[in-house]
Ligand binder design. Structure first.
Ligand code: NAD
Ligand code: MG
Length: 389
């Protein structure tokens, strides 16, 4: 069997490390082309010494010297900076994991799509901020886009792509995060540490905060719209606190097809890494009898305004999803930095959206300009918040 040549963008993150965990269980099946990280030189170098990629890239240019030193004598090529991240994605890997967090992953992910690679997409923010451009690139290049996000991966597994007319709607499940049952008055005072402590999933800080505000599900609505080509009205959200039913597809005959499993990202990652074959993954097996019951409830858009904002952004289209994503990235970083309270995250996003015109960005440059402008507006709002505090 010819080994699959793979690259991992964001190899030091939660999804990146889970991907490496799977690869190291069957190392003979893979050749590593490139690994990339943003700042964590020590972990990137350790991964590189174990996996022997041809190229290791650190995003932060100031850490180039440190990476070079850490990999001295290894024979592994090292590089740094934004252009090097794009180059890593351009290198000839058959399969690429896009697991950078945020819109920072957009250009490298597009570069991999551009050359027609199989792209396992964890980085949902790039679909939110430039979904039309990305899907256009997939169609143009013939790239294969495989969703890693557990909900979209579940839908992908049960979605009849040959008979899209038979599909009525899709249902994204959501755990509701750590604050599902908390009063908003109490929510106002939660700490970053409480917000990142997700009840079911172990993930990076940004997506954990997004899960706590439920902006994550909002981003996933927009992600699903692009991946499966369904209008906003045909994508539902269903609260399911146990995170066992990962999502569902509803067919015109009344059938609901779902994918189930324990909450372990190695299952959806393995689905993409082995694709089109199934490969073994070590996730704990689901014991439905031991679990006894599963529960479901409708989402509360008042309790979680971020979810409402994202749905509105999807409905209005144009610039709204790009602005939503940019403002949310800034707001989450500010909350994690202790600059303001948890409830302010959605307020900053809402005010940023209200301040900016919603004309659709027609090119990649326009998306970047809009993203930069929205970050500036959100920062200015934060400065005003701070003055008020
Ligand atoms: P993380 O914070 O744990 O890791 C992010 C990775 O991206 C790290 O390797 C980091 O070095 C790199 N990175 C961060 N900023 C960068 C920049 N500006 N330039 C280049 N590289 C940069 O995040 P994560 O939890 O692994 O999530 C990664 C992506 O996958 C996110 O878009 C998230 O929404 C999505 N996702 C994650 C999970 C999960 O279980 N963690 C599940 C579904 C989707
Ligand atoms: Mg998800």
């Amino acid at each position: 069997m010819v080994p699959r040549r793979v690259s991992i963008l964001g190899s030091t993150g939660s999804v990146g490390c889970n991907t490496i965990d799977l690869i190291e269980r069957q190392p003979e099946r893979y050749e590593i082309e490139a690994l990339t990280a943003n700042r964590n030189v020590a972990l990137l170098a350790e991964q590189a010494r174990r996996l022997r990629p041809r190229l290791a890239v650190i995003g932060d240019e100031e850490r180039f010297g440190a990476l070079k030193e850490a990999l001295a004598g290894s024979g592994i090529e090292v590089a740094a900076g934004a252009a090097a991240l794009i180059e890593a994605a351009q290198r000839p890997a058959d399969w690429l994991m896009a697991a950078i967090v945020g819109a920072a992953g957009l250009e490298p992910t597009l570069a991999a799509l551009h050359r027609g690679a199989i792209v396992a997409l964890a980085n949902k923010e790039c679909l939110v901020c430039a979904g039309d451009l990305m899907m256009h690139e997939v169609a143009r290049s013939g790239a294969t886009l495989l969703p890693v996000d557990s909900e979209h991966n579940a839908i992908f597994q049960v979605f009849d792509f040959d008979r899209p007319e038979a599909i009525e709607r899709i249902i994204l499940t959501a755990s509701g995060g750590p604050f599902r049952t908390l009063d908003r008055a109490v929510m106002a005072h939660v700490t970053p540490a409480q917000a990142v402590a997700h009840p079911n999933w172990s993930m990076g800080a940004k997506i954990s905060v997004d899960s706590a505000t439920m902006m994550n599900k909002g981003l996933e609505l927009i992600e699903a719209h692009h991946l499966f080509g369904l209008a906003a009205e045909r994508i539902e959200v269903l609260i399911h606190p146990q995170s066992v039913v990962h999502s569902l597809v509803a067919y015109v005959d009344g059938s609901l097809l779902a994918q189930l499993g324990t909450p372990d990202m190695r299952t959806p990652i393995a689905y993409t890494l082995g694709w089109p074959e199934r490969m073994p993954a070590p996730a704990e097996r689901l014991d439905l009898a031991a679990l006894g019951q599963l529960s479901f409830e409708p989402p509360d858009f008042e309790h979680f305004p971020a979810l409402r904002l994202a749905r509105q952004a999807l409905q209005s289209g144009g610039a709204a999803p790009t602005i939503l994503n940019a403002a949310n990235e800034v707001a989450v970083a500010g909350f994690l930095g202790g600059e303001f309270g948890f409830l302010e995250i959605a307020s900053i996003v809402e005010e940023t959206l209200a301040t900016m015109p919603l004309d659709k960005p027609a090119s990649l440059d326009a998306v970047f300009a809009l993203d930069t402008e929205a970050r500036g507006v959100a920062q200015a709002l934060i400065a005003r918040f701070r003055d008020r505090l």
